[in-house]
Write a protein that binds this ligand. Structure first.
Ligand SMILES: Cc1cc2nc3c(=O)[nH]c(=O)nc-3n(C[C@H](O)[C@H](O)[C@H](O)COP(=O)(O)O)c2cc1C
Ligand code: SF4
Length: 494
């Protein structure tokens, strides 16, 4: 199969499908527009393979023949625009939301509490595992009939296949568990079943987490072993993404540096002989460099192509006119996780305001905080960002970090300390019961996780009532009063 360029749109659940998971006009238009915008390969999905245990809010399905006609329209639209389209085959496993399929228990390799779906999972029996493998095979046959140019097996981000791969969620001691080789059995059998159904000519790509970024889970070396097995068992290409949804390492927020996870794809590329897609937080300059140095064969973009369907054409013709995705996640990821259809804030929803939240560091004395003890008044998103900025001020920059690390001038622990401690003691005083109450979704979670990295004290349900020379008085909702040292105050006007 020939793809006209090296730009891949990685999979995105748009939550545009009908209640039964059928393709709608909105889905056809979405992919047609991206193909017309010049993108060589579009990965459509995720597409559920299990007729029962799949999140239903707008997710596409290939779990019955009824799904084929809509899919045929979709592939036809992309082909008319000279694009190629793969179907991403997916099973959520423990990540399925019981509220979306009649309250039934999500299935997983083992029984455990899943923090994503917030419920206990049910361990699949061997017979059930085999029927799930058959679902993947059946969906592959339907995708082929519907005219897809290839298939992608979704084995990353913490969904069912990655649950089998990980020792954290696979506690089985039969042939589907145990060592990494045992935990790979499920993926291996899926690749073989999909390959048998797809035939030798339909490319099969596998999407893997380059590192699960879960303590005790699979790391980047494990990923290389898994990638090599995928190649051995018949995968034609690999799409290397970041970690699990549950990971504490940010995956998609704006503070993930662009190209941050490219090293994962590059390591895999050095250890396999099939093509590799590098993705996540890419831009055209980093993509170009990765291709030139041979660190990847294709560059994957998702949100940039959601924000600007003509991105690929514009890379060639006019980069200034590109509408740049800001990684806010508000119109895309946060909406689909609430079961709402995707609406990029740059394209569809003028009513989603506060897209760019400015960082406020106005203090009693002017624009920059002074001294060791600083009080930030208000724990809104802006207040939390301000606290983080004040905590980061004066810590070492990336060049210094690189230099010290490269020459092993200091221990990793000491370097970590230099990154997170600047000698300041910052306290956020918030009248409400929680921080960042003005924002929601992934941005809030990421910001609060980042806040935890710094020595910042938090006083909730508290108000600043007085400030004296070097001290402030804080009154709590229960009537108690505390006094703490304060050299400067941000965002408080008496
Ligand atoms: C709204 C949305 C839905 C997504 N759905 C899927 C999905 O169904 N399957 C998948 O493998 N990745 C999914 N992703 C992840 C993307 O493919 C991509 O890896 C991620 O957005 C990071 O790349 P980017 O920085 O280019 O957006 C989704 C991302 C977004 C924003
Ligand atoms: S909603 Fe925000 S993150 Fe999502 S595609 Fe649009 S600009 Fe990018």
């Amino acid at each position: 199969m020939e793809i006209k360029n090296r730009v891949v749109m990685t999979a995105a659940n748009l939550a545009y499908a009908s209640e039964k998971g059928l393709v709608t006009e909105k889905i056809v238009d979405f992919y047609r527009e991206r193909a017309r915008g010049g993108t060589g390969l579009l990965v459509a999905g995720a597409i559920g393979v299990d007729p029962e245990r799949v999140n239903t809010a707008g997710t596409m399905q290939l779990s019955s023949d009824e799904c084929i006609p809509g899919m045929r329209e979709l592939t036809g639209a992309v082909h008319e625009e000279d694009g190629k389209i793969f179907a991403q085959l997916w099973h959520p496993g423990a990540y399925a939301l019981p509220s979306q399929f009649g309250g039934a228990c999500p299935v997983a390799p083992s029984s455990y509490y899943c923090s994503f779906s917030r419920c206990k999972t049910e361990a699949l029996s061997i017979a059930e595992i085999q029927s799930v493998i058959q679902y993947f095979a059946d969906a592959s046959g339907r995708a082929k009939t519907a005219g897809f140019d290839g298939l992608e097996i979704m084995a990353s981000a913490g969904y069912l296949i990655s649950q089998f791969l990980s020792p954290l969620t696979n506690m089985r001691n039969d042939s589907y568990g145990g060592s990494l080789s045992g935990r790979m059995t499920f993926l291996r059998e899926i690749i073989q079943a999909v390959r048998a159904e797809a035939g030798p000519d339909l490319p099969v790509m596998v999407r893997l987490s380059g590192n699960d970024f879960m303590a005790g889970g699979n790391n980047n070396d494990d990923c290389i072993r898994i990638a090599q097995e995928c190649e051995l068992y018949g995968a034609d290409a690999l799409d290397i993404t970041g970690g699990w949804h549950e990971s504490r390492i940010p995956q998609l927020t704006e503070d993930v540096p662009q190209g941050a996870f490219a090293y994962l794809a590059a390591r895999v590329k050095r250890n396999v002989s099939i093509p590799v897609v590098a993705c996540n937080r890419m831009n055209e300059a980093i993509g170009e460099q990765l291709l030139e140095e041979g660190s990847a064969d294709y560059i994957g973009f998702c949100r940039q192509l959601i924000a600007d369907p003509e991105y690929t054409r514009k890379i060639r013709e006019n980069t200034e006119s590109i509408k740049r995705c800001t990684a806010c996640n508000r119109g895309c990821l946060d909406r689909i996780f609430k079961g709402k259809p995707l609406e990029c804030v740059l394209r569809h929803a003028p009513d989603i305001s506060g897209h760019d939240i400015s960082c406020n560091a106005e203090t009693e004395h002017g624009s920059s905080a002074r001294g060791k003890n600083i009080i930030v008044c208000g724990g809104s998103t802006s207040g939390v960002r301000t606290a983080i900025r004040l905590a980061e001020e004066g810590t070492i920059n990336s060049d210094v970090l690189r230099f010290l690390f490269l020459y092993r001038a200091e221990s990793p622990d000491f370097l970590y300390d230099l990154l997170t401690h600047n000698g300041r003691k910052i306290t956020i005083v918030e009248p409400g019961a929680k921080l960042c109450a003005d924002s929601g979704g992934s941005a809030r979670v990421a910001l609060l996780n980042k806040l935890k990295l710094f020595p910042v004290d938090i006083c909730l349900e508290s108000e600043l009532v007085a400030s004296d020379e070097g001290t402030v008085t804080i009154k709590k909702q229960d009537g108690s009063v505390v006094q703490i040292k304060a050299d400067d105050i941000v965002g408080w006007h008496q």
